[in-house]
Design a protein around this ligand. Sequence first.
Ligand SMILES: CC(C)(COP(=O)(O)OP(=O)(O)OC[C@H]1O[C@@H](n2cnc3c(N)ncnc32)[C@H](O)[C@@H]1OP(=O)(O)O)[C@@H](O)C(=O)NCCC(=O)NCCS
Length: 349
Amino acid sequence: MPQTKIAGIGMYVPKTVVTNNDLLKYMDTSDEWIQERTGIKERRYAERTGETTTTMGVEASKIAIERAGTTPQEIDFIIFATLSPDYYFPGCGVLLQRAMKMNEIGALDVRNQCSGFVYAISIGDQFIKTGMYKNILVVGSEKHSFGLDFSTRGRNISVIFGDGAGAVVLQPTDKKNQGILSTHLHSDGESAEILAMFNPGTHANHWTAAPVADFNEGEAGDMFMSHTMIDKAQNFPNMDGPSVFKKAVVKFPEVIMEALQANDLQPSDIAMLIPHQANLRIAQFVQQKLGLSQDQVYNNIDKYGNTTAASIPIALCEAWEQGKIKEGDLVCLAAFGSGFTWGSVLLRW
Ligand SMILES: CC(C)(COP(=O)(O)OP(=O)(O)OC[C@H]1O[C@@H](n2cnc3c(N)ncnc32)[C@H](O)[C@@H]1OP(=O)(O)O)[C@@H](O)C(=O)NCCC(=O)NCCS
């Protein structure tokens, strides 16, 4: 059975840099608070109308495809991870297929938020290993700036997130010392509401003790999105930050150790850990817990904030471009986020 290698990688971030101080015009916050709690100094925001989650994904994909030495027409499957799709449906995969003039290949959208890219890589890995596909494009892209609550009410969330995209091309390899060694995926839906955007949705307040949507109970329609929901700001993401933090610092090290143990390896064998860029304090905690040096962990949350499904491919791309990942290096990707879902990918570059 062949192993799966990352044959090409690319990233795209919008030009507009938004510093912590720039956010002061919308909400009561401070550069000190944001830096101290999250490590974020600035983030990028996409053009209001000129860029979408898909178009950013296309830009990252062009680079990844070229670096893989292939063409859009040779890609035989698309996996697109995002929580901020251009349309509620259809997904971004088909929009990318159209924009890149690809063949009538399969296009799958993954909705696993911060761990979306890790899940997407794991799915791609299975298709390559079985020999079903030879050139899989995996994209993570987010345009968060379009729909966050930029008032003081939403500051615990809106200061954290940024826009951007990353992409890789997966191909089979017969080299012994190259490719994905294993992937490990998990979920715990007990905490689904701790980090969630409830509306628009079909939940009808079914899952929560207190209502999370105000709607008109007519015979049909009118429950998906209502004026009252908008007036009550029920159309924005909700997050209990401290609860996310507490779970993340347990599950990140756990799923990294699971990957290492499955392959009879130690934390000291890791050349580069690329953690999902949720919060610098979480990454530092994980580093400390695993006894890793600073050189073994790549962080860029200071420049881009949390770009959800895009954060791992952006960080991986930067680390590789800076020469911090070399052929044969043991690389670990690890993510945790809304759901909760979490996972890891262990690979030899
Ligand atoms: C969100 C997060 C940075 C908040 O940090 P925290 O230390 O837990 O802060 P809290 O939420 O307890 O809030 C502390 C205070 O800061 C205030 N605050 C929240 N956001 C603020 C902001 N942007 N600016 C200034 N003050 C803010 C709160 O209102 C609260 O004030 P109070 O004590 O007067 O009530 C932190 O919980 C976190 O990073 N959690 C993980 C989130 C995450 O990774 N999400 C993505 C998942 S992949």
